[in-house]
Design a protein around this ligand. Structure first.
Ligand code: BGC
Length: 744
């Protein structure tokens, strides 16, 4: 252990924790540096070359032996260890094999972000976070590159599966639960991608033109809620530009808003290669000066540019030192710096069980005609669609996890006791390993064969899958819309089964919204399974059998046709064939905020999800009719059906009119009951704070709650309103004045 002499005046008795270069110990007393003093002492000893080097990360230091995505730099002579960062967000993404090692290192594939958000269960998401954090720590890493919290602005975004919702209140609260869970292990997170990274088409160069109001109310708000409630160790800036400047160069976002207004204490890193302007170079001076402290993974060109800017004084030394201190303060609290002796043996088995529980809870029952579901588990099932045999646990790209196994739907159904049509299994075996067939639900049986299948089975289950990925957006045809083969499979199978009085259930194994309107009435049940992680087949079987009563609800709207999308007119930007600029003319009217305003009929609305039981909402009580500092609403939920279930209740607020064009209503609270037995009730509590009443008024550069009457709307979904009441705000309230931002 090295002796840290500069810290000799800092003593705390009784601490046993010590780490190389951070602490020096004696039996009775332990000298402890604060993160701040340690960071300053290191900075004071660094050369200019070391500083330039340290502002860039690395892909290839010792930690990469652990299969990490990238690391910070090691400074051996000063005892600074390289900390390891790895993707996310559906579980820890590490390589499953390591050089010169015969063992395998698999991580748990948890449900994708969309699926987790549809649980509306922050306690459960917290538990998933705890489990992910334990894997991060026990696999020797320090910072998890997630969660991803960008808004679902369009159903086509290739990374929606990693993100949570079209609504920032859902995003912020689910993200905070995830971050708090992960960080409870003493490892960090990187909330990403800050911000307005809502499309993959030309993601590294697209210029998003967004008004300050839309930025603050929609695209930043989820980050704001999460950062205030959970203090992630790090924030990852995004690839795109906002209003002409890369986000990694925006001082207003990274410093004024993030740190100044929201009180963020950690470090900001770039996305991998973020802000490149060619030849592996970004404007490093602008990035560091804006508050983007760490360039990941860093290139030699960036290092050279930094060094010459430091030497010439173009990049001021105090700015450089501040960025380095921020990185060091994170290093200081990392397990690696503390020489944590990781086990390489996280609780994989328990995590698989948790993944199954969370995955099942994120499943949304969209349709259930005549109580088709649940199915008795001795039924003979005709299982159709190649994804039934090669079921997708998650999406692709950096959000893909190297899991040890995936339980396909056919395995899940067999595990649950169903009898599967062996002829069909045989038939599909040929397609199992061929990813391009995910979208082609072979085979296209003739009528006679389908009639035979319908005769010899009790029910048909068809899986429709979509594999989406980082780097590209989904197409409308064959992506959002079903292919002709998929349509005719639903049509023909339904005809054959209905002819003999048997039911058809469709399982959606997808990561983002697809079209359901044209076919939803042809089938008897629809399960929106999402991509719920490695236990996918078991998760779906748990719902099909009723072992788990569905309690997921949509965190986004299922529009009837693509043209209905609030962003359809403006996505993916101009010119359409190779967009350079995306104009967010949809303003704050994203998702249900738009569909409410336009009165758009939806296939399934935001907040919707069925259960095998029914719930009654009663006794909405406000603790006051006048708003002062805050206001509490309570509502009682009773299970009036005949099986146990959980219910998600939503609180929307409708604000008085003002000079601003405000949404009809906005989500300002949600709560989920425990598992209620038939006849059992639970009272849920919602608390409203001043900012929940406010809109961002760009003319006043302030969040303002207008004087007048506010409607409290309690819904089982955004369109299934059960109870309403109102309260008054007697005087206009300037809730928060802000720094003028997004002026360039
Ligand atoms: C993605 C990030 C990811 C990073 C490292 C980038 O391409 O946008 O989300 O964390 O790669 O893999």
């Amino acid at each position: 252990m090295k002796k840290c002499t500069i810290l000799k005046d800092l003593f705390i008795s009784g601490l046993s924790l010590c780490a190389v270069g951070v602490f020096a110990s004696s039996p009775q007393k332990v000298k402890v540096a604060t993160a701040e003093s340690w960071a300053k002492s290191i900075v004071s000893q660094m050369t200019m070359e070391e500083k330039a080097d340290f502002l860039c990360g690395s892909n290839g230091t010792t930690n990469n032996a652990l299969g990490a995505t990238g690391t910070t730099k090691e400074i051996t002579r000063l005892g600074v260890r390289p900390i390891g960062t790895s993707d996310g967000p559906a579980g820890l993404r590490i390589l499953s094999v390591r050089p010169a090692d015969t063992k395998t290192y698999f991580a748990t594939a948890f449900p994708i972000g969309t699926s987790l958000a549809c649980t509306w269960n922050t306690e459960l998401v917290h538990q998933v976070g705890e489990a992910i954090g334990q894997e991060v720590k026990e696999y020797g890493l320090d910072v998890f590159l997630g969660p991803g919290v960008n808004i679902h602005r369009t159903p086509l975004c290739g990374r929606n599966f990693e993100y949570y919702s079209e609504d920032p209140y859902v995003v912020g609260n689910i993200a905070a639960a995830m971050i708090n869970g992960i960080q409870s292990n003493g490892v960090g997170t990187s909330i990403k991608h800050f911000a307005a990274n809502n499309q993959e088409t030309n993601r590294s160069s697209i210029n998003e033109i967004v008004s300050e109001r839309a930025m603050r109310e929609i695209y930043l708000r989820g980050f704001e809620i999460a950062i205030k409630k959970s203090q992630p160790w790090t924030v990852m800036s995004s690839y795109n530009k906002v209003d002409g400047l890369f986000t990694s160069e925006r001082h207003d976002m990274l410093t004024d808003i993030l740190r100044g207004e929201w009180g963020f204490k950690g470090l900001v890193m770039s996305d991998w290669g973020g802000g490149f302007i060619g030849n592996n170079r970004s404007d490093v001076v602008a990035q560091i000066a804006a508050g983007n402290d760490l360039l990941m993974p860093g290139t030699n060109e960036q290092r050279a540019d930094l060094l010459s800017a430091i030497k010439s004084g173009k990049l001021k030394m105090e700015i450089v030192d501040q960025a380095i201190e921020r990185i060091l303060k994170i290093v200081y609290k990392s397990p690696t710096q503390h020489n944590y002796s990781f086990s390489n043996n996280p609780h994989i088995k328990a995590h698989a069980a948790l993944s199954r529980q969370a995955g099942a809870e994120g499943i949304v029952l969209l349709s259930n005609k005549d109580k088709t579901l649940p199915l008795a588990s001795d039924k003979h099932v005709a299982l159709l669609g190649s994804a039934s045999y090669n079921t997708l646990p998650g999406g692709r790209g950096s959000g893909d996890v190297n899991e040890a196994y995936v339980v396909s739907l056919n395995e899940g159904l067999k595990n649950a006791g169903f009898v599967l049509d062996e002829g069909l299994s045989e038939y599909y075996r040929a397609y199992q390993l061929v990813p391009q067939y995910y979208n082609a639900p072979k085979p296209d049986f003739n009528e006679q064969t389908l009639n035979r299948i319908a005769q010899s089975n009790d029910v048909a289950v068809i899986t429709i899958a979509r594999e989406t990925s980082e780097g590209s957006d989904q197409k409308v045809e064959g992506g959002f819309n079903l292919t002709n083969e998929e349509q005719s499979m639903i049509e023909n199978v339904s005809k054959a089964f209905h002819q003999v009085g048997k039911k058809v259930v469709v399982v959606l194994n997808i990561g983002t919204v697809i079209e359901t309107e044209s076919w939803k009435n042809k089938v008897d049940g629809i399960l929106l399974a999402w991509q719920p992680g490695q236990e996918v087949g078991n998760c779906i079987a748990d719902i099909l059998t009723g072992k788990v009563n569905p309690s997921g609800k949509l965190s986004m709207s299922f529009i009837k046709k693509y043209e209905d999308s609030s962003a359809a007119e403006y996505f993916p930007g101009e010119p359409a064939n190779d967009p350079k600029t995306a104009y967010y003319k949809d303003e704050v009217f994203v998702g249900y905020r738009c569909y409410d305003k336009r009165n758009t009929d939806l296939s399934y609305e935001f907040g919707f999800g069925k259960s095998y039981t029914d719930f009654k909402y009663s006794d909405l009580k406000l603790n006051s009719r006048k708003f002062s500092k805050n206001l509490t609403a309570t509502v009682t939920i009773t299970n009036t059906g005949d099986c146990a279930g959980k219910e998600v209740a939503q609180l929307y607020l409708s604000a008085p009119k003002s000079e601003l064009d405000k949404p009809v209503k906005e989500l300002k609270g949600f709560a989920k009951t425990r598992l209620l037995k038939p006849g059992e009730s639970q009272t849920l509590t919602f608390v409203l704070y001043p900012k929940d009443l406010a809109s961002f008024n760009p003319n006043a550069e302030a969040w303002i709650a207008d004087k007048g009457s506010y409607n409290v709307i309690i819904g089982a979904s955004s369109r299934d309103i059960r109870l309403q009441d109102k309260f008054e705000l007697s005087n206009r309230l300037v809730v928060e004045k802000v720094h003028p931002a997004f002026k360039q």
